[in-house]
Design a protein around this ligand. Structure first.
Ligand code: PEP
Ligand code: MN
Length: 281
């Protein structure tokens, strides 16, 4: 059997870690984060941010450094995009999360964003993990699309070992033989991870399925599986989006989606508080 190195920090101690994000605490409050895949321009981002705020989201997303398969595709607005995120936060009062890919951009990201996202393709970028281990901002660590639970938790351990305890895990789908969806959203990892860690865990059904029509059912299923929040891609005009066109929920459909999410959260919380609930050993 392969030797499993001991994790010093990342054990399930029975106590849960709460990670602050704006007015909410991830791990305690159910947190809905939404926004377009990429920040494309100021006016459409602000239009989206205002509507999401009105719909009752807890935080905003938007990529400005994009990990694209082709070097000729839109790479993101970089620093200009960070300024747009900061303007949206200023106007809405909502915290923002954005992906950083290069260790040299971590300080820049921290200047503008409330949470730094490590993308699936960088889950084992060890210099980047070490860099964000040294900051004092929350980190959203997406699961590598080919990573096992042990590899994912060890990546989180790198950040914790660097002294940054504010880590949120994010399941975003894994590669399987199934080709009708972009990835296979692995919802069984949610309770499995929660047995082993004290960190909050959210689910990204947008990348996990790659199809806007599958986002709502997977959001509700993620709530039932015990997720602490959701990361959802929303765009005012998905057909015109510069990235991930097929999976972004149209902005005008979002109020119905968040209403159904909130109602499912309330239902699941009512189960969790039932003291008569029998539990498996
Ligand atoms: C994203 O959130 O836009 C993204 C690129 O996600 P992932 O790293 O999960 O593919
Ligand atoms: Mn995307």
């Amino acid at each position: 059997m392969a030797h499993e190195p001991e994790r010093v920090l990342l054990k399930n101690t029975g106590l849960r870690t709460f990670v602050p994000f704006g007015a909410r605490k991830l791990g305690k409050d159910f947190v809905v984060v939404a926004g377009p895949c990429s920040v494309e321009d100021a006016s459409s981002y602000l239009e989206t941010a205002r509507a999401l705020r009105a719909a009752g989201v807890d935080g905003l997303r938007g990529g400005v450094f994009k990990p694209r398969t082709s070097p000729y595709d839109f790479q993101g607005l970089g620093r200009e995009g960070l300024k747009i995120l900061a303007a949206a936060r200023e106007e809405t009062g909502l915290p923002v999360v954005t992906e950083i890919m290069d260790p040299r951009d971590v300080d820049l990201g921290c200047e503008y964003a409330d949470m730094i996202q490590i993308g699936s393709r960088n889950m084992q970028n060890f210099p980047l993990l070490k860099e964000v281990g040294g900051i004092r901002k929350p980190v959203l660590l997406k699961r590598g699309m080919q990573a096992t639970l042990a590899e994912w938790l060890n990546a989180a351990e790198y950040i914790l070992a660097g002294g940054n305890g504010q880590v949120v895990l994010c399941e975003r789908g894994i590669r399987t033989f199934e080709s009708s969806t972009r990835f296979s959203l692995d919802l069984s990892i949610v309770p499995a991870a929660r047995e082993l860690t004290h960190l909050p865990l959210i689910v990204d059904p947008s990348h996990g399925t790659g199809r806007a029509s599958l986002v709502e059912p997977m959001c509700l299923a993620a709530v039932a599986a015990g997720a602490n929040g959701l990361l959802i891609e929303v765009h005012p005009r998905p057909a015109e989006a510069l990235t991930d066109r097929l999976q972004q929920v149209p902005l005008n459909c979002f109020p119905r989606l968040i209403d159904r999410i909130r109602r499912t959260v309330a239902l699941v919380e009512s189960f969790a508080q039932d003291p008569a609930e029998p539990r498996l050993p």
